[in-house]
Design a protein around this ligand. Sequence first.
Ligand SMILES: [Zn+2]
Ligand SMILES: [Zn+2]
Length: 414
Amino acid sequence: MDNSVTVWLQYDELLFYAACVSHCWSVCLCVCVCLEGRVFRRRVGSGGMRLGSSWRWQLTRAMKLALRWCRPCRLQKAGWVGGSKGLIGHRLSKLWMYSKLLLRSLYYNSLTNSDTLLDCAFEPVYWIVDNVTHWFGVVFVFLVVLLTSSVVIIVYLFVLPTIFTTYPMHWTAWHLCCGHWLLILVVFHYYKATTTTPGYPPKDKCDVPSVSICKKCITPKPPRTHHCSICNVCILKMDHHCPWLNNCVGHLNHRYFFSFCLYMTLGCIYCSISSRNLFLEAYNAIETSFQTPPPDYSPRESVAYKCIIFLWVLTSSVAVALGGLTLWHAKLISRGETSVERHINRKAARRLQEKGRVFRNPYHHGRLNNWKLFFGVETRSHWLTRVLLPSSHLPSGDGITWDCTFTRSDPVAI
Ligand SMILES: [Zn+2]
Ligand SMILES: [Zn+2]
């Protein structure tokens, strides 16, 4: 009788243990996968103990922990044969405690803190942002092309014919030259900004001057280089990831990005000013169309009025929004900073101010020199050929080594 009870209990226990082990194994696996991107990479970045967290290593670890979970069963097998119900409860509670300990030990290391756990909790959100932003970028590029094309078509269909018929010859020539100059520059710089790679640090060289190691790429990071989590690669002199370009803005395409913003703003201002009278006329016409009886507009006139209102509203609002962005970037270029460095430098300046010291940006060479370096202007004629006309010249420097305005021995600066 005792033996049959023992066999029944052992069979049930085996089923229970099998379910628990598989459950524990899957939990371990899930936790390993979740922590893979954070904890293990932190360990690699900080101590360099385990280069490249491999799936095989994580699976092995999860299996080992699952097997270790069964240890209490073997240790107390002698006491189990007695079949006491009190003993079962005691063992279950002990197993439960041991499971919790194993689970906690899985994600515990000396670097684990609340930030790590929050990172793990938000890992799915990061994944969605990192992966979906890329596809949003494609939609945004399509939108830029679509809206710019629609504005150009409306200008050709309705604004230019009005200019031809109402303006004198010299004003017509000026409009033709100015409009087409802006159009060519906008198209050229947008094409170059989207298709030019921002510049990546070399991975096959060992003697790259670096200030740190990228924890994601496990490669040396030269000065001014930062990791883009959307492109998942380090970018030389990274400014930001631009969804409107679906590209990172870095060392090689920073000039194209800024020139695009500048000329697009100027183009929008030009369109909204030159179509202002037409807009007022169209607006009054649309207003009167609600009267009874409605005025007898032809379908072409009706479409023209709506298109001109669309043109003016779009170009005015883009001019204001993009103008603000362009001014912000112009201010950063004058100070010899990128958008990323702006945040870093502000923190450093605050920290040094508390110690009674003054922060100096090592890449600030004076306003005019910063602009010359940015546009690659070496002679006076370059202001025309490299700034006011389309130019594909490369930026000065290789993006890896940078001229500093002071040395590290300077007692004031960092
Ligand atoms: Zn990186
Ligand atoms: Zn990027």
